[in-house]
Design a protein around this ligand. Structure first.
Ligand SMILES: [Zn+2]
Length: 459
């Protein structure tokens, strides 16, 4: 039996028998990285600067501009190589002043946040009766007769982010097709302390653009109860939101050049932009800084990997994904030299491990890659992040994933992330510094081993 056939039949076993496992080979360097990460103050200092001194960073804002400049300057000061800020044109949506007020059956303010991309209202606002629905089906059943000229409120209970977020994204256009004047969406969250959650929405192009905003869970439930009791609820929605011409922004890139195969690349990062509320601390300063610090620690320890280890802070994930598209274009033909792309964009709660996607890979390639991931996982058990699963990635590395680059998503316990997500409450105090350091440690080991191991992850 040729060696090739043997690997095809029993990939994991073959890996184990032909060479020492990655866990054995990298035990020493991993423990150095983990010790350094768990004692590191530099990453937390960066979090404080980004969150407290710069603050939120929506595409087109001065906050994002300052963040990009500061991160690039810090990377240069730290001695990372090839620090670049390739230009990215980004959408420029501004919120302006906004409010929602219940007028009937009683005057009472409503906690709201306009949705990113929404048009504004006339200066005097839109005043109309509210129609409450709990699904698109229910909206369609009501029909244009019941909806025309009204404000539609989607009071949809949380069913997980992926499912419920459809109402935030498509709610306005679906209501507009039936003649609604505006659309309100219950915030996409499992838990609320009357904090509204913003986020992106899209107009479908086949219905007039109507203003749309998220309201807090509490306000949504109150309006539902009032309507259910036969009350007529009238609301005035006032929004100055508008979309300005595209603005200049940039991805921020820094590297440790590989010592043997500098042309092969492991890229890791998060998105430097955020919504225009809170501090974008969990989402996604934490992902940016954890990946950046992971690479910096390897450099400071003198661990120079075989391949290039690159950090990328992508711009405009939240309302355009232009940074992700621009990176793919900037990478050009070098995309095939990307050994792996790693993204952290689910917050910095306690990390559990990583998920891997290799689009287009056959079973054997995937089995070999997972066997390698599991060997790396053995090194991460000490920080609780050793669970390696199939399926993972991220929005910013999506274009790389689609081109077959092995794509790895950072995972956490994910217990509270969506309570803070896209709210005024996404602030640094929500991050436990030690849990954050566990993510830095896990990313440092993962990134270094992927960039240094003899074979590519997917071969
Ligand atoms: Zn994010």
């Amino acid at each position: 039996m040729k060696r090739r056939d043997f690997i095809a039949l029993a990939p994991a076993a073959a890996l184990a028998q032909t060479r020492p496992s990655l866990a054995e080979t990298y035990r020493d360097s991993a423990s150095k990285l983990i010790v350094a990460a768990m004692a590191d103050q530099g990453g937390w200092n960066k979090m404080m600067h980004l969150c407290d001194r710069i603050g939120h960073r929506l595409a087109g804002s001065t906050g994002l501009e300052r963040a990009v400049e500061w991160c690039a300057a810090e990377m240069r000061r730290e001695g990372l190589s090839n620090v670049l800020t390739p230009l990215v044109q980004v959408p420029h949506w501004v919120r302006g002043q906004e409010s929602a007020m219940m007028l009937e059956p009683l005057a009472s303010p409503i906690a709201m946040l306009g949705l990113g991309g929404s048009v504004g209202t006339p200066p005097e606002g839109i005043t109309a009766e509210v129609v409450v629905v709990s699904s698109f089906d229910e909206l369609e059943k009501l029909g244009a007769e019941a909806v025309r000229g009204k404000i539609v409120l989607y009071d949809v209970p949380w069913q997980g982010y992926g499912r419920t977020v459809a109402y935030r994204g498509q709610g306005a256009s679906r209501a507009s097709k039936l003649g609604a004047a505006a659309a309100l969406v219950r915030s996409v969250t499992p838990v609320s302390l009357r904090s509204p959650h913003t986020g992106a929405m899209n107009y479908s192009g086949d219905a007039p653009k109507i203003p749309t905003a998220a309201v807090s869970v509490e306000d949504s439930l109150r309006i539902r109860r009032l309507c259910g009791n036969g009350q007529t609820v009238k609301v005035r929605l006032t929004m100055e939101a508008q979309t300005l011409p595209d603005a200049d922004s940039a991805n921020v890139i820094g590297e440790i050049p590989g010592r043997e195969k500098p042309e092969e690349i492991v890229v890791m990062g998060g998105h430097i932009d955020s919504w225009d509320v809170g501090q974008g601390a969990q989402d996604d300063a934490s992902g940016c800084v954890a990946c950046w610090q992971a690479i910096l620690l390897a450099k400071q320890l003198g661990l120079r990997p075989r391949r290039t280890l690159r950090v990328c802070l992508w711009t405009n994930e939240e309302n355009g994904l232009r940074g992700a598209a621009a990176y793919r274009q900037w990478a050009g033909a070098t995309v095939k030299n990307h050994v792996a792309a790693v993204e952290m964009d689910g917050g910095a709660e306690r990390p559990t491990g990583f998920g891997l996607t290799i689009s287009g890979a056959g079973e054997e390639v995937m089995a070999r890659a997972m066997a390698r991931m599991q060997q790396i996982g053995e090194l991460l058990a000490v920080v609780g992040a050793g669970s390696m699963t199939v399926g993972g990635g991220g929005a910013d590395i999506g274009p790389l994933t689609r081109d077959g680059v092995p794509s790895i998503g950072h995972r956490t316990v994910g217990q509270r992330y969506f309570e803070w997500h896209h709210t005024h409450a996404d602030t640094l105090d929500k991050i436990d510094p030690q849990e954050f350091r566990q993510s830095v440690a896990a990313l440092a080991v993962l990134g270094f081993v992927l960039a240094d191991m003899p074979e590519r992850l997917a071969e």
